[in-house]
Design a protein around this ligand. Structure first.
Ligand code: SF4
Length: 669
């Protein structure tokens, strides 16, 4: 155990309560006629992808975004000419009766920011590159040279603040994990603290000038870093006596389709659960009008959260050993039970309890393939680790490496008890006469915590807890159970079980928030997305649902960075700078590389911000001119301006040179 682990977070200063849903109190920021923060609803926003110089294209896309739910629309202004054209776009929108506040997105160009601040309602600056152009140079700063740098920033930044004050323009200080300045990197590294400090350097200047119309963001593609940075920001604002500014939440380069939605929900949802966040932008590699409904679905869960949630007992902890550190990832310490807990990755359990007459081919839905010619099973990278069969034992041998779980009463009646594990109900376990010698699953709800059972948990090393809740404030209720275990110094592994009666889109977002919010803090050794509330009668529909739930479970573990089972794509959402069709190119790269388990590939539309924004990718595919791609290994350029028709082959060659390539293995049942 490290010394940092010995920190106890009883009353974390990043949120008011870990058990009761309370939205963080902020100041109001005025952005056109759509104010943000304080008691105003959590706002939805997105960013256009059309070239800003295409006035009518930008107007049409903005209108589509408004109609899909955007309350603010951000448009890139990479230079003076685009900044100037924002005025034309705004004018045309007003002529057509749309008053949506526009936000100019600025990187590197203070002169464009100063012009845009006179024309639109809000300006977003990136503190990592507003006054800094040097990239990836490690420079040692003394206190004196560091101070001189701050003075230089001040001089460059003050004119913009003055204009914003004069014109009533709002500002977002938008830190990005991947584009911190050399100054910040040299002193703090690319850490959550570095991200926070990057924003505070600019914020202090604003407050010195009595300018407070500010929103702050701490975006990263790594959900753990992103969550920690937002929490730390809130804590530092309070600690330094700065105002409680509204927060703009987002995960950068989340990707596309389900993976993009899961990753966004894990990062954004985790913060929303604790009452943080005043506006949400979901960044998907898809048309921007598809982003707002996802953001809205995430936000809607909290509209009535406080009144619908059952009270949860507040946390009081009386010892001073390891609990949680919300600013740094540590996995809860657990002992190993078979392959749960300890150093094992979190396990995925598929719920077959509602499926009757299970056949071998039915298990394809959870990544298990029977090969009749070889008479053996093969599992793909998303093969569920365990199958919960409830009261209906699976009548054939399942894949090696996976195991069946049965309800305890059913388990007691079968012959092969050793290779199948029982699931006991709550306190029944106490009275059970027959138990498995190595692994017993026990479901438990909060009210079943009894002194006798707690005592048993401290000595019985065969138990894996299986926790669930019906509380509307589910993540907090489950987290409370973990605190209980921490309080009692109980180290048994825990499976998170959630059942949803929702459609697939909402199930995906809710499960990612509820389970992701725990996993991101190192809580949870397994996940089961159940079918108890699906009420599907056809077997075909149930198997489809199981396939979806299985992929979602693996996706959540990957997005929370607790188990990497597939290739990770860090693709930018695209904007007016984008040099190729991101959706097509991402699909093309994915098609050839999605079997490379655990490798992270950044796919970025431009070389101006792309290399910074892809942060911790292993390889980068970055647009560097029309029809030109520059390839990166980590943050280093390895092949410049490769013609785009050859770039994917060259990328694969690079992965091959590094010994990380393998051919796709066909699984044919
Ligand atoms: S990396 Fe993508 S989203 Fe970011 S500025 Fe470049 S093209 Fe736009």
């Amino acid at each position: 155990m490290t010394s940092q682990q010995n920190s106890i977070i009883l009353n974390p200063s990043y949120c008011e309560s870990l058990t009761e849903y309370k939205r963080r109190k902020t100041i109001t920021v005025n952005i056109g006629d759509v104010p943000m923060g304080s008691d105003y609803p959590i706002r939805v926003q997105s960013m256009t992808t059309i070239d800003t110089m295409d006035t009518m294209g930008s107007v049409e896309q903005t209108i589509r975004m408004i109609e899909s739910g955007c309350e603010y629309v951000r448009i890139t202004a990479p230079s003076i000419k685009e900044a100037e054209n924002l005025g034309n776009i705004r004018r045309e929108l007003r002529l057509r009766g749309y008053t949506v506040p526009l936000v100019a997105d600025i990187h590197f160009t203070p002169n464009a920011a100063e012009l845009a601040a006179r024309l639109v309602e809000k300006v977003r600056i990136n503190p990592g590159n507003y006054a800094d152009k040097k990239r990836f140079e490690t420079i040692e700063y003394t206190d004196v040279t560091y101070q001189a740098e701050l003075e230089r920033i001040r001089e460059k930044f003050i004119p913009l603040v003055k204009i914003c004050k004069e014109y009533g323009t709002a500002m977002r200080i938008g830190t990005n994990h991947g584009s911190l300045s050399d100054r910040i990197l040299s002193r703090y590294g690319d850490t959550p603290l570095g991200m926070v400090e990057s924003a505070l350097e600019f914020l202090r200047i604003c407050e010195d000038m009595n300018y407070y119309n500010i929103v702050i963001s701490m975006k990263a593609s790594n959900t753990q870093v992103m969550v920690q940075a937002y929490r730390l920001l809130v804590q530092k604002l309070a600690e330094e006596g700065l105002k409680p500014y509204p927060l703009h939440l987002g995960v950068t380069e989340a990707g596309e389709a389900e993976d993009g939605r899961i990753k966004s929900a894990v990062g954004i949802g985790t913060l929303l659960e604790d009452g943080l966040g005043d506006t949400v932008r979901v960044s998907l590699t898809e048309a921007p009008e598809l982003e707002a409904p996802v953001a809205q679905a995430l936000i809607d869960r909290y509209t009535r959260r406080a009144e619908n949630a059952k009270p949860i007992k507040p946390i009081t902890i009386n010892h001073t050993e390891t609990l949680l550190n919300p600013y740094q990832y540590f996995r809860r310490h657990t002992h190993e039970v078979v392959n749960f807990g300890g150093q094992n990755v979190p396990r995925v359990i598929a719920d077959f309890s509602q499926v009757s007459d299970v056949q071998m081919e039915d298990l394809k839905s959870i990544g298990h393939f029977y090969l009749p010619l070889l008479d053996k099973w093969k599992m793909n990278d998303l093969g569920a680790d365990y199958i919960y069969a409830g009261k209906q034992p699976i009548p054939f041998m399942i894949a090696n490496g996976s195991r069946q779980i049965l309800d305890a009463t059913t388990w007691q009646a079968i012959d092969d008890k050793l290779n199948t594990y029982p699931l006991f109900n709550g306190l029944d376990y106490l009275q059970a006469t027959e138990k498995h010698p190595m692994l017993n699953f026990v479901t438990l709800t909060y009210k079943e915590w009894q002194p006798e059972f707690i005592q048993l948990l401290k000595t019985d090393t065969t138990i894996v807890l299986w926790i669930k809740t019906e509380n509307a404030h589910a993540m907090a209720a489950l987290r409370r159970l973990f605190f209980f275990l921490l309080e009692e110094k109980i180290t048994c592994p825990v499976v998170l079980r959630r059942d949803y009666q929702e459609n697939e889109e909402n199930t995906l977002l809710y499960a990612s928030t509820d389970a992701g919010g725990l996993l991101i803090d190192g809580l949870g050794d397994g996940i089961l997305l159940g079918t108890e509330k699906t009420y599907l009668t056809s077997k075909e529909d149930l198997l489809k649902k199981l396939s979806f739930l299985n992929q979602t479970a693996f996706g959540i573990l990957q997005a929370a960075r607790t188990r990497m089972s597939k290739t990770e794509y860090i693709s930018c959402p695209s904007c007016g700078r984008t040099l190729f069709d991101l959706q097509d190119v991402t699909a093309m790269i994915r098609k050839r590389t999605d079997h490379l388990k655990g490798i992270k590939i950044g796919i970025m539309g431009c070389i101006v911000n792309g290399p910074g924004e892809m942060a911790d990718a292993d390889y980068g595919y970055v647009g560097s001119g029309v029809g030109k791609i520059t390839l990166y290994r980590g943050q280093n350029v390895v092949k410049k301006n490769v013609p785009s028709d050859k770039a994917l082959d060259e990328l694969i060659e690079l992965i091959r040179e590094d010994g990380r390539w393998n051919e796709v293995e066909a699984i044919e049942a």
